[in-house]
Write a protein that binds this ligand. Sequence first.
Ligand code: SF4
Length: 501
Amino acid sequence: MEDQIGEKLPDSYLKLTRVFNQFEVREEDHTLRIPEKVIRCIWNDQLFCTPRLKTQDGRSLEIIYPGHWSFGKGPDFTNATIKVDGKIYEGDVELHVYATDWDHHGHSTNPDFDNVILHVYMWQGRGIKHSKINLKKNPAFDFEIKDYLTQGLLDLNNQLDFETYPVLNQCNVGLCHEPLSGLPEEQLLHLLNTAGEARILKKQERFHDPIIVDGYEQTFYRGVAEALGYPDNKKPFQVLADHLPLSTLKDSVPEEFKDEERVLHYQAILLGASGLMESQSWKEISALRKWVKIWDGYKDSLPESPLTKKHWSFRSIRPANYPYRRIAGLAHLLVFHEKKGMFADFVHQVSQLETENVPRKQIDSFFKFFCVDAKDYWSQHYTPGGKKLTASQQLIGAERSREIIINIGLPVGFIFASAGKFLELEKRLSLIFQTRRGSGDNKLIRFMKHYIFGDQKERTRLLASEKHMHGLMQIYQDFCTQSQNNCLRCPFPEVVTNYFP
Ligand code: SF4
């Protein structure tokens, strides 16, 4: 039987196995176990006969908008719109090979899937009972796709270049893609520039009041702490910085302590107040006992912390970025800049930059302002008591340092420059914003590049600077999120057409 299948499907098999290493031919029942990406591509292009679709419980189904291909964790397509028995539903779509994969992947207990309105699968599955998905917020419907395909799976496989999805495939792009692709380059750049400026102004707004109440240094420290927690631990880091303001930290640790000892004590206080030292293992592992001992000496003299280990997220976070290491890095930064203040040192560093044609080397080194290259326990461990790393790793790396500069350093810096009328400083901060952006795209940028620019190279190359990139993120904020990613009710396509007639 293996030979028979092999003779019938050589090209398809080779193509699929080249692209998808999970492909397998099931010898017992001659069915193909296809990778989920195939179903994603079919859903993306809506390659099924749409007028007569039925959900598994026999209701009429119409796909009004298939949603956006998701590049991160959670459902496969987000913000779809469907009509079931004449009623509109908006939410996410999850795709599987078999209906039972829903249970196998544990989606029922994962809150990221609470907003799924449609569960799409190729086959119901043979002899395996699938419990209908039961979600807290929305009614969800099941849809078996196999009988509705426009062509057989193997024909589709021959015709579609699955490898290029979703990057080169433009069937499923946002409704603003068309008006934007018709704009001349200078108009598009103008749009991105103004959106980028709006983003920095918006970021400034949230720092104004804290600066008046708490001053520049405390506001900056809180901002840096928050940025160390992006995205999932932003809140507990804010709470930690509010609970342990700079003045409390400074007053708690004896003045005569030298840098190395100060770092250790700051780490112990911050880790202790974070609630992350709660587990028994901290007391049991000898290498960790010193932090417990130091924390024991401070905890009764400090206000009770509102944080516990439960407030911190470890899900989908690379171990190198675990909050233990971020907190350890923050302690190093605080001690390193303790003399003059972290914000004062930042402003000084900005003022050292050239005002025109900043040499690449100079700007690259400036973007490492928040990097922490330590030689301590945390630079060699991802977790307390975990395996020792073969080489030390930065507690705060170049990419995070760059993010802190753009998201915290620039807005707080611009407020300071404008309040003091420091025009040269303002000029330098503007130059930093216009520098070439960092490498790598986050989930949001990948999404926007695809849905707004259709991944057209001549358009995406315009996203060369931090400012343009942040402009794109502001468009997402102002339009995609405001219309809940539903292009059908988004005013942006009309805004583009009216603004650039
Ligand atoms: S929601 Fe608006 S801005 Fe976002 S992709 Fe759709 S049309 Fe474009």
